[in-house]
Structure formats: structure tokens, C-alpha cells
Design a protein around this ligand. Structure first.
Ligand code: PLP
Length: 363
């Protein structure tokens, strides 16, 4: 099987597996005062230091969570209280669901926010909490976080960044760029599922989950030590962005030759992500055809629910006519050159089969 669905979850990094297994085999709860507890606490605090070091934060700024969904929810809960909330119209459901009633920040056809538009929105909603993702999960489009942070600062607004797809793939320093917080997810960067973190430049936090005072009282509950140790180990692993982008470019050029449209292609993007829309051919037909050929991709926003629905991301970008025709191909960190001919051959077969058996209903 060729696994080209890394934005759903990256394959586990060997270093993350080793760190997680070592933590699984250790005894003790980090909150216990005896030796075993202290050993577990050491794993937790070493992991925190490693994460802080890689993300250019301090250990005190790291709150471990169950993943990026919880980290985003915590940020919005902790920072958004009493403020208007503005969110990008292509944000992940983790952010959209945590901010019901938020004002949407429109994007252009490339998936980018117009700085002048953000400025106008903030003039009408000063002191807001603005949520913008660093990298979009469906298109890979990168928002200009530095520019957004500057506009937010001019309006005394706070900027929270969902960096779930960017962390581990882009060397970025979101706090230094001016964000007040950002969310990451362990399994999106080659760690195990079950851990994420909110990196937060704020002294006061209203917790979302209260309990035994873990994470300095900011997030109750026993931390998932193996997943956290794996996250910290995965963050330190190299990522060959140039190699992965070269495979992506080869695949895109081939698919464009067959008539596909690549959403967000003119914007700065992650090296591994392509959103391929084939006019007239339903996403689920493409997905199933590729799956039969042993190639795993996803369709639109389907990754969370398992069902294929039209993508709100493409709709927000003005591609609603193609929102039901797009698949997401996201190359994993360990992508090898042979995936390019494997994918292009399978895609060509799917397209030519569809040409022989046209679909009655499109979109
Ligand atoms: N934010 C983005 C951009 C994502 O792509 C995802 C997962 O698909 C999430 C948040 C949620 O991450 P998690 O699975 O760690 O809760």
C-alpha cells in the first residue's frame, strides 16, 4: 500500500516509537511523590523541555493536551472569553466547533486572507481573538502569520494559530512572530495519537478541564506519558521538505496534464499536500478507485467523519463547483520516489475508467 494520507495522520517515527515504548514500560504516575512517580515526572518534564526547545518556547509555556482539537479548544476558551472571536473561513472543524458564532474572515481563491480585509474586520471588532491556521489541512496553503500578527497587534487583538499541520514540517517560530498561542498535534508529526500541546504566551489560563491540578492547573487529568514522550521525540526528527516537494510537483504536473485543478497552487503551501479536483468526477469515485489500486488518499473534509462531504475549505475559496470533486493527497515524511509512478499510473487508470463510464451526476 502507498499511504498518501499523512495529513490525517503521519506514519510513526521510529524515534517516537522507541520513546513511547520506553515510557510505556516505566512505572508510575508523574503526580506521585515516590521514586516511580519521580521517574515518570522526569519523562514528562524532559519531553516538555524538548518540545520547548524545538518550538523556541519555554517549558512553562507548554500545556500538554490530548491533541490539537483540545489545544485549540483550550486556547479559545482561555483567551476568547469576553472578546469577539474571528476565525479564518478555512479553519479546521476543531476551531470552528470551539468558536460557534465567530465572525468568519474570508479567504481569496488561493485560500489566503487579504490583510486589508482583516484590518477592516478588526477595526469593527477591536480586542478580538483571531484564530488563523498556519497550514491548511486540505490544501496545504500557508497563511502569512507574521503579517496577521502585526495587524492584530495594531488592534490590541490576540492571535491564536492552529499549527497542527505545520509543526514538524516547517521551521517556524510562531510566538516570536507575534502569536499569543499555537496548537500542535503529536500524530500529525510522526508521534503516537493521544497527545498534543498548546504553547501559550500567557500567565493566566482558565482551564477547560479541571481535575487534579496537572499541567500547573491548566489541564486536569493524568498526562498520556507514552504519547507525550513520542511527540517530543518526533519533533526532533529531520523532515526533507525539498525531496517531498519534488515528488508533489511531479505528481501535480502529471495530474494537471490529465485535466485536474490544484486548489491553492498559487499560494505558499506545505511541501507535502495537494488538493486535486477533477471536474465532473466525484471525489469518492476517485478515492475508491485509488484505494483499489492500493493508494490511500482522502477526500475533502472527510478525514474526521469517514464520510465524503463537500469541502467547506474549497467552498470558502470560491471553488464550490469543485468541492465535491477534490481529493487530498498528502505525502508522508518517509515518502520514497516509487510513489510517484505508482500514484500517477493509478490516477490515470481511474480517470480513463471514468471517461469510459461517465457519471450521471457530478459534484
Ligand atoms: N487542526 C488541523 C489543521 C488538523 O488538520 C487537525 C486534524 O486533522 C486538527 C486540528 C485536530 O488534531 P487532533 O487529531 O490532534 O485533535
Amino acid at each position: 500500500m502507498w499511504y498518501l494520507d499523512a495529513n490525517a495522520t503521519e506514519p510513526l517515527r521510529p524515534a517516537a516509537r522507541d520513546a513511547a515504548i520506553a515510557a510505556l514500560e516505566s512505572l508510575g504516575n508523574p503526580s506521585s511523590v515516590h521514586q516511580a512517580g519521580r521517574a515518570a515526572r522526569r519523562i514528562l518534564e524532559d519531553s516538555r523541555e524538548r518540545v520547548a526547545q524545538h518550538l523556541k518556547a519555554t517549558p512553562q509555556q507548554i500545556v500538554f493536551t490530548s491533541g490539537a482539537t483540545e489545544a485549540n479548544a483550550l486556547a479559545i476558551h482561555a483567551l476568547g472569553a469576553g472578546r469577539p472571536i474571528l476565525i479564518g473561513s478555512t479553519e479546521h472543524d476543531a476551531v470552528r466547533a470551539a468558536a460557534p458564532g465567530a465572525v468568519a474572515i474570508p479567504v481569496d481563491r488561493n485560500g489566503l486572507v487579504d490583510p486589508a480585509r482583516l484590518n477592516t474586520l478588526l477595526a469593527a471588532h477591536p480586542d478580538a481573538l483571531v484564530c488563523l491556521m498556519a497550514a491548511n489541512n486540505e490544501t496545504g496553503v500557508l497563511h502569512d502569520i507574521a503579517a496577521a500578527a502585526e495587524i492584530c497587534a495594531a488592534h490590541a487583538a490576540l492571535l491564536h494559530v492552529d499549527a497542527a499541520q505545520a509543526a514538524g514540517r516547517l521551521p517556524a517560530d510562531w510566538l516570536a512572530l507575534g502569536a499569543v498561542s499555537f496548537a500542535i498535534s503529536g500524530h500529525k508529526l510522526g508521534g503516537p495519537m493521544g497527545a498534543g500541546a498548546l504553547i501559550l504566551n500567557s500567565k493566566e489560563v482558565t482551564p477547560l478541564i479541571r481535575g487534579g491540578g496537572q499541567e500547573r492547573g491548566w489541564r486536569g487529568g493524568t498526562p498520556a506519558l507514552p504519547a507525550i514522550a513520542g511527540l517530543a521525540a518526533a519533533l526532533g526528527e529531520p523532515y526533507d521538505a525539498a525531496k517531498i516537494a519534488s515528488y508533489r510537483d511531479e505528481i501535480e504536473a502529471f495530474c494537471i496534464g490529465l485535466g485536474a485543478i490544484v486548489a491553492g497552487r498559487r499560494a505558499p503551501r506545505l511541501p507535502n499536500t495537494m488538493c486535486l479536483a477533477m471536474p465532473g468526477l466525484k471525489a469518492d469515485t476517485q478515492l475508491i478507485g485509488l484505494d483499489l489500486a492500493g493508494i490511500a488518499v482522502s477526500a475533502g473534509a472527510a478525514c474526521s467523519s469517514g464520510k465524503v462531504a463537500a469541502s467547506h475549505v474549497l467552498t470558502a475559496m470560491g471553488w464550490s463547483d469543485l468541492a465535491g470533486n477534490a481529493i487530498r493527497v498528502s505525502l508522508p515524511w518517509n515518502a520514497a520516489a516509487d510513489l510517484v509512478p505508482a500514484f500517477t499510473a493509478a490516477y490515470e487508470t481511474v480517470i480513463s475508467r471514468a471517461a469510459r463510464h461517465p457519471q450521471k451526476v457530478t459534484g
